[in-house]
Design a binder for this molecule. Structure first.
Ligand code: ATP
Ligand code: MG
Length: 344
């Protein structure tokens, strides 16, 4: 549950402070569109913080996963470049962190086969995030990939023996699948994999301008690379409620509260205090949020624009990341085959 995951995250933070060298991070995103503030406060900021604390960090571009809820992936090369730009803009350093696309790492994908043998169809059918994604799917029919992608995700995480996965709340059920796969593999074949932990941020589920999960695919998100004007327009059109006074009450006033939270996160303040300062009116709230978001994002947007000029560099970052991830995956696959007795 969320409360348990939050408590566990607090304990992990303590251990990370003491011994950053005992952790390895893997996390990533689907190249389905520009990253947004939900990504930033939900996971990107943690990625950068962990990298800077000296934790070895792998960032996955989950390109096969695009095909879980749509029939074809359009403009993939461009979308992947934009994803790289978002990471460079927020402070991921390709010298220290490995950024790679899983489609370019054959040994990682091969782990899917033994892993699939470790889970039941009933377990896959029960996954709440998969159910929700099927409900929002643009696909003509639910594919086998949709049902099995949490197991593919286990391969994504375990290929590098990551033990820490900074994610948003929607990913918690998937991480359970990975934990199960790691445990069962080790029970059956001997110790190869760690059982990884999710690391939640202080904003594990940021809502978008319509009051539902801010999501690339739902047209309700403020992209990291959006202009200040586009940001103002989006926030102006955000859903609020009829009450005159602004309060921070996520349970009863999700739309207003998510806007207050956004301002508070950007300002590094407390949402209750921010709500009180704003006082009355949706217009005042929106002015405050726009100002805070645009001020906070300005340096990242400037860095993003600078990196965007050098497409050759972006391609080189990915090529080198694929190569480094490939070597790690080969080594793990060799261990897996040894453990399974298939190392002929
Ligand atoms: P899509 O709609 O295409 O699935 P998405 O916005 O859900 O896109 P993902 O690539 O699926 O983005 O998620 C990448 C990571 O960002 C995951 O760890 C996810 O939990 C996190 N994340 C995505 N949206 C939010 C959000 N609104 N709040 C907090 N974390 C989020
Ligand atoms: Mg998603």
């Amino acid at each position: 549950s969320l409360a348990v995951a939050r408590r566990r995250s607090a304990e992990l933070e303590e251990r990370i402070r003491r011994e950053p060298g005992s952790f390895r991070v893997l996390t990533g995103d689907r190249p389905t569109g520009p990253l947004h503030l939900g990504h930033y406060f939900g996971t990107l900021r943690n990625r950068v913080r962990l990298q800077d604390a000296g934790v070895e960090t792998f960032v996955l571009v989950a390109d096969y996963q695009v095909l879980t809820d749509r029939d074809v992936a359009e403009r993939q090369a461009e979308t992947v470049e934009e994803l790289l730009l978002d990471h460079l803009a927020v402070g991921i350093d390709p010298e220290r962190s490995v950024i790679f696309a899983h489609s370019a790492v054959p040994a990682l994908n091969q782990l899917l086969l033994p892993f699939l043998s470790l889970v039941s169809v009933a377990e896959l059918q029960r996954n709440p995030t998969v159910k929700d994604e099927i409900a929002h799917s643009r696909q003509s029919a639910v594919s086998g990939l949709m049902f099995t992608y949490p197991v593919h995700q286990a391969a994504d995480i375990l290929f590098c023996k990551a033990n820490l996965v900074p994610v948003g709340q929607d990913q918690l059920p998937h991480l359970e699948v990975t934990r199960t796969v790691a445990r069962r593999f080790d029970d059956r074949y001997g110790p190869v994999f760690p059982v990884p932990d999710a690391l939640l941020s202080e904003a594990p589920l940021l809502l978008g301008t319509d009051g539902t999960k801010m999501s690339k695919s739902r047209g309700n998100s403020i992209a990291l690379g959006a202009t200040a004007d586009a940001t103002a327009k989006l926030i102006k059109g955000a859903r609020t409620d009829a009450e005159r006074h602004i309060t921070y009450d996520p349970e009863h006033r999700p739309e207003v509260s998510s806007l207050v939270l956004l301002a508070a996160l950007c300002e590094g303040g407390d949402p209750h205090a921010v709500a009180e300062e704003i006082g009355g009116g949706a217009a005042a709230l929106k002015r405050r949020v726009t100002e805070s978001v645009n001020t906070f994002m300005a340096p990242m947007r400037a860095r993003r624009a600078a990196y965007a000029k050098d497409r050759t560099y972006l391609r080189e970052v990915l090529r080198s990341g694929n190569e480094r991830a490939g070597a790690v995956a080969e080594a793990t696959l060799a261990e897996v085959r040894q453990a399974m007795g298939t190392h002929y």
